[in-house]
Design a protein around this ligand. Structure first.
Ligand code: PEP
Ligand code: MN
Length: 371
């Protein structure tokens, strides 16, 4: 059960004290408090954990300072969408809005290789009105002898260049909690020129200690990739780990499933789950067409498979696109064969706009039909 207090009910107020005294005295019920500090106000949500079925929703609703009580109808207590649950589905980070109601493109390098390529990428993004990107510094590789990413050494120039080209948010994978400190330190040393969205890759979706550590910090939002060999429910529970530790700024990323049923694509594309995740949870949904498809194969209609699946995800309501670009894919140290080139950026953005427009039209049509 979730008890939502009226905005700005402070810890010092009588209402807060009385309500908390009542809730903490409930037998067999554990009370967890979550505070969301927005620009305007503080929102307090109190989670009641345990057997809440005998509790009266009406009685708890009438406690002082209580705005609403939501009975948890399924597993994902914090990130889930429950009956009569109108809690927000959006957050803002470094001036960028992330929600189930909009769409952000994160085109960029799978792996940072050198400052020249980072600059070429970011310059192209700015020229095309983009303020978000992806940049891999810590790369989890299957082969221990493959390039592992430049790690913290590349962070200062990546962040400075991001500032120079007005990039507001960089999605960056981390594979260890120490990387969060390295990122925070490098941001400070360079004067906080940009923002970071911490990415947890598909190989770490169920790395629970990493999830807990990343969930404990609230400075950086998190993009959690779906595990490539586990059920959707297991991956959504992994997202809930982040939230249960305090960080609710979580985006859920679809990146294809590992099975040879998807051949000849690198992974079996799972973007049909975009609306499913939006129905089950309040998380914005990201699609990663590059790691799903994994090749630059083209269909007879002239469109790359990557473009086709991107459009399929967007027309189904995706909220974020993570996509690999590279100025010289032949020289990329990781995933060159799936990278789009800088001269394809304008075309990619335009194609996404067409698909998003079609999605908007479809929503209007559904509204007309269902009222
Ligand atoms: C990536 O986005 O660079 C990546 C490694 O993705 P995934 O974890 O989905 O394989
Ligand atoms: Mn990659």
């Amino acid at each position: 059960m979730i008890v939502i207090l009226q905005p700005d009910t402070t810890r010092e107020s009588d209402a807060y004290r009385q309500t908390l005294a009542f809730l903490t005295a409930l037998p067999g019920i554990q009370v967890r408090i979550h505070e969301e500090h927005g620009a305007q106000q503080v929102l307090t949500e109190i989670y009641l954990v345990g057997d809440t079925s005998p509790l009266s929703q009406e009685e708890i609703s009438s406690l002082p300072g209580v705005e609403r009580v939501v009975r948890v109808s399924q597993e994902y207590r914090i990130l889930g969408r429950h009956k009569d649950d109108n809690r927000p589905t959006a957050f803002t980070y470094n001036g960028v809005h992330f929600g189930q109601d909009n769409l952000n493109i994160f085109a960029g390098l799978c792996a940072v290789d050198n400052p020249e390529h980072v600059e070429m990428m970011m310059k192209a993004l700015q020229e095309h009105g983009q303020t978000c990107t992806r940049m891999g510094a810590y790369k989890p590789r299957t082969n221990p002898y493959s390039f592992q990413g430049h790690g913290k050494n590349c962070l200062p120039y990546v962040f400075e260049l991001a500032g120079k080209y007005d990039i507001k948010v960089i999605a960056m994978e981390i594979t260890h909690e120490d990387h969060v400190d390295e990122i925070r330190d490098a941001l400070r040393q360079t004067g906080n020129p940009t923002g970071i969205m911490l990415q947890i890759g598909t190989r770490n979706t169920q790395n629970f200690e990493l999830l807990k550590a990343v969930g404990r910090q609230r400075e950086f939002p998190v993009l959690l990739k779906r595990g490539f060999g586990i059920t959707l429910e297991e991956s959504l529970n992994a997202a809930e780990y982040l939230a249960s530790e305090g960080n609710t700024k979580v985006i859920f990323g679809l990146r294809g499933m590992k099975t040879n049923m998807g051949d000849p694509h690198r992974n079996f594309v799972d973007f049909a789950h975009v609306p499913v995740i939006k129905r089950l949870t309040r998380m914005p949904v990201c699609i990663d067409p590059s790691h799903s498809v994994g090749t630059r194969q083209q269909a007879p209609d002239g469109l790359l498979d990557i473009m086709h699946v991107t459009a399929q995800g967007v027309i189904a309501g995706a909220n974020m696109i993570l996509v690999d670009f590279h100025p010289v894919p032949g020289k990329a140290l990781v995933d060159g064969p799936q990278a789009l080139t800088l001269d394809e950026l304008a075309y990619f953005i335009q194609d996404v706009k067409i698909a998003r427009h079609a999605y908007d039209e479809r929503c209007l049509l559904a509204e007309k039909q269902h009222g």
